[in-house]
Design a protein around this ligand. Structure first.
Ligand code: BF8
Length: 629
């Protein structure tokens, strides 16, 4: 017999949000394993691995280096701590850059299929953005139809992946001063695939042994993601599905419905989620759901694909990466549709404790125990209808006695694309710049990234976000960080009351929240574009701006890529979870201090959110001073 008070205490320790806590309690009562239980089972975690000192790259190993200066000091091949730590970091970063960029490639391919009339259910929604980007690529637009322009643009972008040009096009969006820094360091990204392939080459035994050289390539690889693969994902998603504008919706596990068929969209690519949304909205689907005794169909998002449909359509979002098992534990999810990234391989084991069906849709991301429905642009809508039909059928299998859904979803305002922010400011960044110069707003910090069961869910994001806005620092967010802020009520204009007087006045005047939801993780590219516009208006580089970045609860390789392209672009970035680099003093001091002399930004590691806010504010002050404001 469980002790309800003890269970409550465990839940409170694991998560900040009450709805997540309620479902953690249910997982314990139901005997369902979660990431927190698995983290506990892994204790103590490998100390060599945590320091980055374990090398498992080849079969002369695995090797490890004594972190206390004893032996062994080298792996079997002769690699030192510096080499091993730097190589492991590049390896992780390349995985992250590849994940964002491969997602980007699929969106670009869908644009191409759409242009060629081969994609079922897709269309060009934002023709104005299509024209603007086509012009950047030097593609003629005058007198041509959108399909022809889109075809040329998609082909031009696909060429960027295996480019032979030595420089990707979207780099031109960066301010000249920032581009010059990259040129001088020889880290201007050449092609998205090229940088990742070269990273894989460099980490092979007997190739790059110079930690500095390895880290420079890590920076270049990250830039090919931020200003390449991710930026293309954002741009082409906007062209296909619309550029987000402010929209109201709801967030947390309370968005699941007691009397409707619940479908959870989990993963990253809007190419999938947009079609499921279309299929759900068809009258025939609604009718079929009613015929099965349901009050309708309730579509909710999870993780970044949830952010995509929240941003563009106001579809409610159930939660972050750590909420995926908790959503199933409500006992009310008929189908969880997955594509890729941040999907626990154990999700089907969780689903098997209830009636939930997990439907995998990507050929590159299959999960044992799931039902596989391959999603291809040519047959997308048919497949989406089939998946929705499966969910409706499964409603009858729901056991009402095992259903528990938390009350009270929280309202959010999302949809702050770079274009929407500029529009809210009256078409130019001048009002924001004026407010920054006047000190009404001290600076801007991008709080991004994941949840990690090592940190009480959402607590890092929320404490940091609140601390920053209190100090008159505008916060822009993506990914799970933005979802966390939504749950805590920071994504509504009324949250301006929690901000310092200056930021509060600006938010009230514009009717915007002090924490702006800018989208999914690939949409960190929106933050780069916003920074580039502001820098251009001031005639400086991004590294000169009073900006900061933070990933208080990060876990993924993608977050390493994001953090590194932030820093490489000139944005000082504070991590709340230590990266696996503490085994090399040289790597540490390069990333945490020496980089400042080169890109005017560096990394810091600070798990305490208030101290992290201190660091970010100090950096903002340093940059304000240098700008003479
Ligand atoms: O790409 S923030 S846990 S869901 S990796 Fe994953 Fe991290 Fe969430 Fe989105 Ni991003």
């Amino acid at each position: 017999m469980y002790d309800p008070i003890a269970i409550k205490k465990v839940a409170e320790k694991r998560a900040l949000d009450r709805t997540s806590q309620m479902m953690i309690e249910k997982t314990i009562e139901d005997g369902v394993e979660t990431a927190w239980d698995r983290l506990q089972a892994q204790q103590p975690q490998c100390g060599f691995g945590q320091l980055g000192l374990c090398c498992n790259n080849c079969s002369m190993g695995p090797c490890r280096i004594d972190p206390f200066g004893g032996t062994p000091t080298r792996g079997v091949c002769g690699a030192t701590a510096d080499t091993i730590v730097a190589r492991n970091l590049l390896d992780d970063l390349a995985v992250g850059a590849a994940s964002h960029s491969d997602h980007g490639r699929e969106v670009v391919e869908t644009l191409l299929h759409t242009a060629e009339g081969k994609a079922q259910g897709y269309q060009i929604t934002d023709a104005a953005k299509l024209h603007l980007i086509a012009e950047e690529y030097g593609i003629p637009t005058e007198g041509r139809d959108d399909a022809a322009i889109a075809g040329d643009l998609a082909r031009g972008m696909l060429e960027e992946f295996g480019s032979i040009k030595n420089r990707i096009q979207l780099v031109d969006r960066a301010p000249e001063k920032t581009r010059t820094v990259w040129q001088n360091l020889n880290i201007t990204p050449r092609g998205v695939d090229r940088e990742v392939v070269e990273a894989m080459h460099r980490v092979h035994m007997g190739v790059d042994a110079d930690y500095l050289n390895i880290l420079l390539h890590a920076m270049r690889t990250s830039l090919s993601d931020g200003w390449g693969g991710s930026m293309m994902a954002t741009d082409c998603s906007d062209i296909l599905f619309g550029t987000p504008t402010p929209v109201r919706s709801w967030v947390n596990l309370g968005t699941l419905s007691r009397d409707k068929v619940n479908i959870v969209l989990h993963g990253h690519n809007p190419v999938l989620s947009e079609m499921i949304l279309k299929a759900v909205e068809e009258p025939a689907a609604k009718e079929a759901a009613r015929a099965k005794g349901a009050a309708g169909i309730n579509l909710v998002g999870m993780c970044c694909t949830g952010n995509e449909v929240l941003m563009r359509h106001g579809i409610p979002i159930a939660g972050t990466i750590l909420d995926q098992e908790l959503a199933i534990a409500t006992g009310a999810v008929e189908v969880m549709v997955i594509d890729y990234q941040c999907i626990f391989p154990s999700i089907t084991a969780t689903a098997s404790c209830y009636h939930t069906k997990v439907v995998a849709t990507s050929e590159k991301s299959k999960v044992p125990g799931s039902i596989y429905k391959e999603f291809r642009p040519e047959t997308a809508l048919d497949t989406a209808r089939e998946i929705v039909g499966m969910a409706i059928e499964n409603f009858a299998a729901r056991d009402p006695n095992r259903v528990r859904i938390p009350d009270r979803p929280v309202q959010v305002m999302a949809g702050f694309s770079e274009e929407a922010i500029r529009k809210a400011l009256g078409g130019t960044y001048k009002p924001l710049i004026d407010a920054i110069v006047a000190g009404t707003i001290k600076g801007v910090v991008g709080v991004v990234g994941c949840n990690n069961p090592k940190i009480r869910e959402d607590s890092g994001h929320i404490a940091l976000g609140r601390e920053l806005i209190r100090r008159n620092i505008l916060v822009v967010e993506t990914g799970c960080a933005a979802i966390a802020s939504g749950k805590a009520g920071l994504l509504v204009p009324e949250a301006a009351d929690l901000a310092g007087d200056g930021l509060k006045a600006v938010c009230k005047a514009l009717g915007i929240p002090p924490v702006l939801h800018m989208g999914s993780c690939v949409d960190c590219s929106r933050i780069l574009v916003m920074a580039a516009h502001v820098a251009d208006e001031l005639g400086v580089g991004i590294g000169d701006l009073p900006l900061g970045g933070a990933a208080p609860e990060w876990y993924s390789q993608k977050a390493i890529a994001i953090g590194t392209y932030f820093v490489s672009s000139g944005v000082y970035t504070v991590l709340g979870v230590p990266p696996k680099i503490f085994g090399s003093q040289n790597v540490l001091s390069l990333l945490a201090s020496q980089l400042t002399g080169v890109v005017n930004a560096s990394f810091a590691v600070e798990p305490d959110p208030v101290k992290a806010a201190d660091l970010l504010e100090a950096e903002i002050d340093r940059k304000r001073q240098a700008l003479g404001i």
